[in-house]
Design a binder for this molecule. Structure first.
Ligand SMILES: Cc1cc2nc3c(=O)[nH]c(=O)nc-3n(C[C@H](O)[C@H](O)[C@H](O)COP(=O)(O)OP(=O)(O)OC[C@H]3O[C@@H](n4cnc5c(N)ncnc54)[C@H](O)[C@@H]3O)c2cc1C
Length: 512
């Protein structure tokens, strides 16, 4: 439901004050409320947006025709860019807002960005031009009341701050320079009609005018709000979430521009929400004197907690000073926010639906990333070469059935197993001591600190091998036996069995 800034003055005073100081504060609030619409979507009947061909009105002639239509204009720019520029496919990208303008900024390490060069879409120097800051070392630290927390230091992990809009903007320019390719802003995906050989996409512009486009394959990259993901997964497109808010700001007192703070907690779980939540901070130097801070927590999608970005952002502005002190020149350049999705696959392999005949899902719509460290951007960068090459091959062979398309996925057994660890970070006041999440994570940091540095790098870059995770888990259980009981309390019997199935699937996979 749209709300004006004035209307949140009493209910969310700290957010009101901060957003009122921004020239486009109302626009940011509108966008934030749009993403918070996710919670209402979950309550509504499952949308029917994939419609059989018989549902298309008889008098419809498509406005134009493409090889690929991408609904959603963020990570799609990377995939579509490769399909257009490297594989010469005719693509259309449509977004209800401005394509290539994100509500986030991304961190990654330089080596990982080489994947983008490998696809042929970017040159080395173009990639370097999107890195606004590279810091020397990063660390992770979880609160201990007696000050005994272990600060785990690491190098070459998430150490490059990437200007997301610049990266996506370069891809957009290249797509637009490719004959036959189009990028449309202010165009909302409404539904699609599926024929045996093609799909007709129905979309609506800002004035309410309706357009029809024909495509061989529809790519759903509409993020957490994807109605296609909602339909294909029977109204449960995610099992867990990580609501995240923050700012790109300048004028903090005493921030270190040489170090990144990858995960930091400064207090035990807070109980204002019904089940309680363990708040976690991140802090990264950005461009010039800018500094990026995020506040987030992990939760089950159906927990009774208030998981709205609206409430979390009010908390962020209220307690920011406990993490980084805004000085007299403090200025917010841009708020960043989103709901990071996660999915627990209850099986030996991927159990989430990520494709249908002539329809494929990527990015947050597919929800195959791990919200623990890296998320959808990292997952897309890691997998982009094969996600594009495999789709081009499927198109060349006209192998575009659900069975064929679902093989083209960013599913990684190690990431699926690692994502289970997030469940231990979902605080529950019914079973956990207030400092439980911090105590457990502190033990993990002590164990990682005792192992060679490749273990911590692999863990925080989603590159862990099976035996490496086993080595960490056994050591943590030895040091902190409480974790065994917590496994049954937090995961339950079905969740524990599911975790074992994930691990078994990983153990027998080629990527172990
Ligand atoms: C603050 C923050 C920081 C992050 N940092 C990192 C990081 O450092 N590393 C990392 O790997 N990940 C990070 N992430 C996660 C990452 O941003 C997401 O995984 C990524 O943005 C997903 O991209 P996407 O294109 O799949 O979805 P989105 O970014 O959600 O984009 C979806 C697009 O679809 C459009 N859309 C939605 N519905 C429709 C419709 N009906 N019609 C047309 N268009 C529609 C939206 O307008 C939007 O542009 C971060 C997330 C947040 C919130």
């Amino acid at each position: 439901m749209p709300l004006s800034l004035e209307e949140i003055k009493k209910t969310h005073p700290d957010l009101y004050k901060a957003f009122s100081s921004l020239p486009d504060g109302q626009r940011h609030l509108d966008h934030l409320l749009e993403i918070d619409g996710y919670w209402e979507m979950l309550e509504k009947p499952v949308p029917e947006v994939i419609i059989p061909s018989s549902g298309l009105p008889a008098d419809i002639t498509p406005n134009s025709e493409y090889d690929l239509i991408y609904a959603g204009g963020t990570l799609s720019l990377l995939h579509a860019g490769v399909m257009a520029c490297t594989y010469r496919r005719k693509v259309l990208i449509l977004d209800r807002h401005e394509p290539a303008k994100s509500t986030r900024d991304w961190n990654i390490s330089r080596n990982e960005l080489d994947n983008l060069v490998r696809t042929g879409l970017f040159t080395e120097s173009e990639i370097d031009s999107t890195i606004v800051r590279r810091y020397k070392a990063g660390w992770v630290e979880f609160f201990k009341p007696d000050g005994s927390q272990k600060r785990l230091m690491m190098q070459n992990v998430l150490d490059c701050a990437v200007d997301a809009d610049r990266l996506l903007g370069i891809a957009k320019e290249k797509i637009l320079a490719t004959p036959g390719c189009t990028v449309l802003s202010g165009m909302t995906f409404l539904c699609c009609y599926r024929f045996p050989d093609y799909v007709i996409v129905k979309a609506e512009d800002r004035e309410g005018r309706v357009f029809y486009y024909k495509t061989r394959v529809l790519v759903d990259v509409m993020g957490i709000l994807s109605p296609i993901a909602m339909q294909l997964n029977q109204g449960i497109p995610q099992t867990h979430v990580c609501p995240t808010v923050g700012t790109i700001a300048s004028g903090f007192e005493n921030v270190d521009y040489e170090q990144g703070e990858i995960l930091v907690s400064t207090s035990p779980a807070e109980m204002s929400s019904r089940k309680g939540r363990q708040l976690i901070w991140e802090g990264f130097p950005g461009s010039g004197t800018q500094y990026i801070t995020y506040l987030f927590f992990y939760d089950e999608v159906d927990s009774p907690n208030d998981k709205s970005l609206l409430a979390l952002f009010d908390t962020y502005f209220r307690i920011l000073g406990e993490y980084k002190k805004p000085g007299r020149d403090f200025r917010i350049h841009r708020p960043v926010f989103g709901i990071i999705p996660a999915y627990f696959h209850d099986g030996f392999n991927r159990t989430r639906e990520i494709a249908d005949d002539r329809i494929i899902l990527f990015g947050d719509a597919a929800s195959l990333g791990s919200p623990l460290t890296f998320c959808g951007f990292g997952s897309m960068v890691r997998n982009l070469p094969r996600l594009t090459a495999d789709l081009d091959r499927a198109m060349a062979e006209d192998a575009l059935s659900k069975e064929n398309l679902e093989k083209i996925s960013a599913y990684e057994p190690n990431v699926a197993s690692m994502a289970n660890l997030m469940k231990y970070m979902c605080y529950n006041s019914a079973t956990d001591e207030p400092n439980f999440v911090n105590d457990l994570m502190n033990e993990v940091m002590i164990v990682l600190d005792s192992l060679p540095s490749r273990y911590r790098q692999a863990m925080f870059r989603d590159e862990m091998k099976f035996d490496e995770l086993m080595a960490v888990m056994v050591r943590v259980a030895w040091r902190y036996p409480r974790v065994v009981r917590a496994t049954f309390e937090k995961l339950g019997i079905p969740g524990s069995l599911g975790f074992l199935k994930n691990l078994a699937g990983w153990a027998f996979s080629p990527s172990r």
